[in-house]
Design a protein around this ligand. Structure first.
Ligand SMILES: *Cc1c(COP(=O)(O)O)cnc(C)c1O
Length: 374
């Protein structure tokens, strides 16, 4: 049941639709979105987001692991679900049972998949320079030999960019180099009469930074930006693309107390009142996904006003200095991400204060938080 008693997430359906439509306008008609809904849809709730995207006519998704794919199937999501990461042979059974599409992380792994005994749906990963997963793009022979393996039903070939979020000339040159290597592989496969597979290369930044040959690919694996966020704030990109944040993160004040000058608060008493101060205890902590690095650092919104985080963030609670907030009381709503009155905290801002990127903040939002479209 959805409860807003302690700490919760509100999802904005209109904003999700807006972002999806925006991407569909940027991409040519021939290139469809394959939304990344791994890590519980970047903390938004994979089932809620998956179903909403499905209603919007999306028929393919990508996730990180077999477990995530199985959960989506169990919640009724049909269509293609691509597992971007490695799946151990002991889970091949689940790939088959739930009709999940597995990434071939290299040639050797392709043989393991083929040896399973039943045909499995796969996309071939190509390493074009990131050196994480995929068969080396120069190993054309090995890549072609994957088509000779009887247990593989190859429906896609893809690669992944590693500097597409960079704006320097060097980073953007590397993106183009990766694309050239990828297109070379595709060309040689076509020449060897391997056909009937989809190709895909870009994530959010590969689409937004916009100098790739979108028209060449059937899918685009957008993640972070579909949720209306960027990994780090960028004046340039947010001006060019009006993305709208889908997620708000809120919690409630449990109680308020007055501290007199010199009194400390929280674990280790790392914070002290420099004069009379009002502190609020809020029912949310690092077990919910609030980074502990926000101790004595972050800020939140209450009644449209800013309040700083004081003391160390605890597992289930944290403290705020609410001295300046007029009429503040127990049960008041505290906004960590989202709007309050005229003010707004974007996840990019919280991420910067915490010394990380939006992706890590969002994907770290735990199961203890209720989620719902409001
Ligand atoms: C996570 C991921 C994506 C989505 O990336 P975003 O930057 O969030 O759009 C795409 N492709 C692969 C292989 C990924 O791991």
């Amino acid at each position: 049941m959805y409860q807003k008693g302690r700490a919760w997430i509100e999802l904005n359906r209109a904003h999700l639709h807006h972002n999806v439509r925006l991407f569909q306008r940027i991409l040519p008609k021939s290139c469809q979105l394959m939304p990344a809904i791994k890590a519980n849809a970047y903390g938004h709730g994979a089932e809620l987001i998956g179903k909403e995207l499905h209603k919007m006519g999306i028929t393919q998704y990508c996730v990180a692991c077999a477990e995530e794919g199985v959960r989506l199937r169990q919640s009724g999501i049909t269509g293609e679900i691509l597992i971007l990461g490695y799946t151990h042979p002991q889970d091949f059974e689940r790939l088959r049972k739930y009709r999940l599409t597995q990434t071939v992380v290299d040639y050797t792994y392709g043989r393991e998949l083929s040896a399973y005994g039943y045909p499995l749906l796969v996309h071939i990963g190509i390493d074009t320079g990131m050196h994480r997963l995929g068969e080396d793009s120069t190993h054309i022979d090995k890549i072609q030999k994957l088509w000779d393996l009887p247990g593989l039903c190859i429906t896609g070939v893809f690669s992944h960019l590693c500097t597409s979020d960079g704006t320097s000339r060097k980073e953007q040159m590397f993106v183009k180099l990766q694309e050239r290597r990828f297109l070379q592989v595709i060309k040689s496969l076509k020449k060897a009469r391997k056909t009937g597979f989809a190709t895909h290369l870009q994530g959010s930044y590969g689409i937004l930074n916009g100098n790739l040959l979108h028209g060449h690919y059937q899918y685009a694996r957008a993640g972070i930006a579909l949720y209306g966020a960027l990994s780090e704030s960028s004046a340039l990109l947010s001006q060019k693309y009006p993305l709208k944040p889908v997620l708000s993160l809120k919690a409630r004040i449990a109680c308020i107390r007055e501290l007199s000058e010199g009194e400390g608060a929280g674990y280790g008493l790392t914070w002290h009142a420099d004069k009379r101060r009002l502190l609020a205890a809020v029912s949310i902590g690092y077990a919910d996904g609030i980074p502990r690095t926000l101790s004595n650092k972050g800020h939140v919104l209450i009644k449209g006003e800013k309040a700083p985080v004081v003391g160390r963030v605890c597992m289930d609670q944290l403290l705020l200095d609410v001295t300046k907030i007029k009429g503040v009381q127990s049960k008041d709503e505290v906004v960590f991400i989202g709007k309050s009155g005229e003010k707004e905290i974007k996840v990019e801002e919280m991420a910067r204060e915490a010394g990380t990127i939006s992706n890590e903040i969002l994907s770290g939002l735990s199961d203890r938080l209720c989620r719902m479209f409001v």
